[in-house]
Design a protein around this ligand. Sequence first.
Ligand code: CO
Length: 134
Amino acid sequence: MLPLNLHHTAIAVRDLDKALREVATLFGVEPLTREIVDEQGVEEAMVPFGGSFLQLLMPLDADTPVGRFLDRRGEGLHHVAIQVADIDAALAHLESDGVELVDRTPRSGGGGNRIAFVHPRALSGTLIELIEVH
Ligand code: CO
C-alpha cells in the first residue's frame, strides 16, 4: 500500500464552535467545510493547514463512537488519516497481512469520501483512518 498523503489529523471535541474559535485564534484559519455526517454520528469541520487538514469531530449524541470516546478519554487526538489511491486494494492488502481492521469494507465519510478504520492495536494505540478522496 502506498500512502499518498497525511490527509488529516482528527481531534474529538465537545463544542465545535468553541474549538473552531480556538483554532482561529491560534492560527487564523477558518474551516473549509462543516457538515453533519450521520453515518459517523458526528458534526465535523475540516480546517486547511497547507497540504493537510485538521478535522474537528463533535458527536451528535453520547451514544456514538466519538461520544463514547469523549466519555472514556476526554477531548483530544482521535485519529490520523492516511490518504490512499484505492481503499479497496489497501484494505485487501492489510487483511491479507493479518492486520486487525475495524472496517473490512469502506463506509461514507465527510465530503463523499470513502473511509475505513484500522484498529489502534495495529499502530501503538493510534486509530488510523484510510481515506480515498473523491
Ligand atoms: Co477522519
